[in-house]
Design a protein around this ligand. Structure first.
Ligand SMILES: *[C@@H]1O[C@H](CO)[C@@H](O)[C@H](O)[C@H]1NC(C)=O
Ligand SMILES: *[C@@H]1O[C@H](CO)[C@@H](O)[C@H](O)[C@H]1NC(C)=O
Ligand SMILES: *[C@@H]1O[C@H](CO)[C@@H](O)[C@H](O)[C@H]1NC(C)=O
Ligand SMILES: *[C@@H]1O[C@H](CO)[C@@H](O)[C@H](O)[C@H]1NC(C)=O
Ligand SMILES: *[C@@H]1O[C@H](CO)[C@@H](O)[C@H](O)[C@H]1NC(C)=O
Ligand SMILES: *[C@@H]1O[C@H](CO)[C@@H](O)[C@H](O)[C@H]1NC(C)=O
Ligand SMILES: *[C@@H]1O[C@H](CO)[C@@H](O)[C@H](O)[C@H]1NC(C)=O
Ligand SMILES: *[C@@H]1O[C@H](CO)[C@@H](O)[C@H](O)[C@H]1NC(C)=O
Length: 395
């Protein structure tokens, strides 16, 4: 019932839409924005009308009496301007300005019209183009002096990062700090001046990363400070087991900033000698590295040669860290042992049964002719008892 009603209303609307020419009207207008040089800006414009209106973008530079108007097209300003328009049901158009420069500051106008004569220069259209404007203001990079510029001293245990904003584009409404792009808990405030600090109590792989101080101005501005520390290197598993002739994979993972730029593997001998492992040696070793992970493949395992301790070592510009993995190699038979055990058990059982059966046959024969054998004695004894009992009963 409800669906039917909806269908009818819908049909009426469509019919009305198709029948009635509708002058263009904005349903979404571009919004003004403030941006920093090299940022990008996006302006949206959506228009309804029947027929579907055409949408144009214009750039207005300068003040009222001597302002200049330029129409923007996709790829304008050396490909810094992009326009993506769709004309389905209604008109949508998005103007994207990339790699903003100070020259991009100005008024951006979205124009729309569906008058058939809209582009005819001789016949002025009956219905004028409708317009909607937005300001884009591009600012110079904020001047933020950071101290230190980078923390990269292996001996440093704590650090104080500071930022000083010297050319705010608007009042500073607060600040926050981020680590690797994520805001740091409780490291922000909704007030504060142009000078802010953040203390790192312990400089290690955990606290290392790219820090940024963000000032809540219009637009927000930030500066980054790199905090570098020794990487953390850890074995994925400290003990690996594999079978003879098989392949073993030893894995180490790294955390911290920066991640290792160099990975090494060593085999450790009892006398603490480290034997470097070279990728591809004798088709035995293969090393696969990514910044945060190294994998050592040991192929065609040998119980005598390959069993032991291996060390993975990751190095970044601050220094090296390592971890060890124990590789145990089982004999190929080892895997078979449980199975062999069962087979042996079965064989022993069968043998016992077989022997027992073999020995029982002569016994049975003895049963008849030799009443002197041990089991029979007890039998006869029982028989005697039985007889006695029976005799007693009969008495
Ligand atoms: C253009 O916009 C449509 C819909 O808004 C989107 O699906 C498409 O990916 C955009 N194309 C480009 C090149 O941005
Ligand atoms: C942005 O423009 C500047 C010059 O205005 C140029 O040096 C820089 O390489 C451009 N960046 C990108 C990402 O296109
Ligand atoms: C900005 O415009 C001026 C003149 O209009 C020009 O000389 C200058 O090179 C432009 N700057 C950039 C970054 O496009
Ligand atoms: C770190 O401390 C050690 C000894 O305490 C010293 O030898 C080394 O030079 C220091 N390194 C740096 C980068 O200061
Ligand atoms: C921040 O920079 C300004 C301008 O260079 C300077 O006067 C001020 O002393 C600095 N503040 C701090 C805390 O360093
Ligand atoms: C810092 O500013 C740049 C350029 O404006 C921006 O791309 C980046 O996301 C900002 N970083 C943070 C943490 O806000
Ligand atoms: C080791 O050698 C293999 C095969 O040649 C290669 O794919 C791999 O990238 C090498 N690993 C390193 C760390 O060089
Ligand atoms: C290693 O880095 C890759 C991308 O660089 C990431 O997808 C993966 O989660 C990281 N692994 C670990 C253990 O951090």
């Amino acid at each position: 019932m409800r669906r039917k009603l909806f269908g009818v209303i819908f049909a009426v609307c469509i019919g009305w839409f198709q029948a009635e020419a509708l002058t263009a009207g904005f349903i979404k207008s571009p919004l003004s924005q403030m941006k920093i040089i090299e940022d990008s800006a996006e302006l949206d414009c959506e228009v309804i009308g029947n027929p579907i209106p055409e949408v144009q973008w214009w750039f207005i530079e300068g003040e009222e009496p001597d302002e200049t108007l330029t129409q923007l097209f996709d790829g304008a300003r050396e490909d810094h301007v992009h326009i993506n328009a769709t004309y389905i049901n209604h008109a949508t158009s998005t103007l994207t300005l990339t790699n903003l420069t100070l020259n991009d500051t100005g008024i951006y106008e979205c124009r729309a019209s569906n008058d058939p004569d809209r582009n005819d220069l001789r016949n002025p259209p009956k219905v004028k183009w409708i317009r909607s404007q937005a300001n884009v203001i591009v600012f110079e990079h904020a001047a933020i002096t950071t101290k230190p510029e980078v923390v990269n001293d292996q001996n440093q245990t704590s650090a104080i990062l500071s930022c000083n904003l010297t050319n705010p584009s608007s009042p500073i409404k607060g600040f926050y700090w981020t680590l690797n792009g994520k805001p740091i808990d409780k490291a922000g405030s909704s007030d504060g001046g142009p000078y802010i600090e953040y203390e790192i109590k312990k400089v290690d792989y955990h606290s290392s990363g790219i820090y940024a101080c963000v000032f809540k101005t219009e637009p927000e501005v930030n500066a980054t400070i790199e905090v570098k520390a020794l990487p953390h290197v850890g074995a994925y598993k400290h003990s690996e087991n594999a079978n003879e002739k098989d392949k073993a994979v030893l894995t180490c993972i790294s955390h911290g900033y920066p991640l290792p730029t160099d990975w090494r593997w060593y085999m450790l001998h009892d006398n603490e000698d480290k034997m470097p492992i070279v990728n591809g040696t004798d088709d035995k070793y293969e090393i696969k590295n990514t910044p945060n992970k190294t994998m050592l493949y040991v192929k065609d395992l040998d119980m005598n040669k390959d069993m032991g301790f291996y060390e993975c070592q990751g190095t970044n510009e601050i220094g090296s860290a390592s971890d060890t993995i124990q590789l145990r190699v089982r004999s190929q038979l080892a895997a078979l042992w449980p199975f062999l055990g069962i087979v042996a058990e079965v064989i022993i059982l069968i043998t016992i049964i077989f022997i027992y059966e073999k020995r029982r046959k002569p016994d049975e024969i003895n049963d008849d002719d030799d009443s002197g054998s041990a089991p029979l004695k007890s039998n006869s004894a029982i028989n005697h008892k039985d007889k006695n009992v029976r005799q007693r009963n009969s008495n």
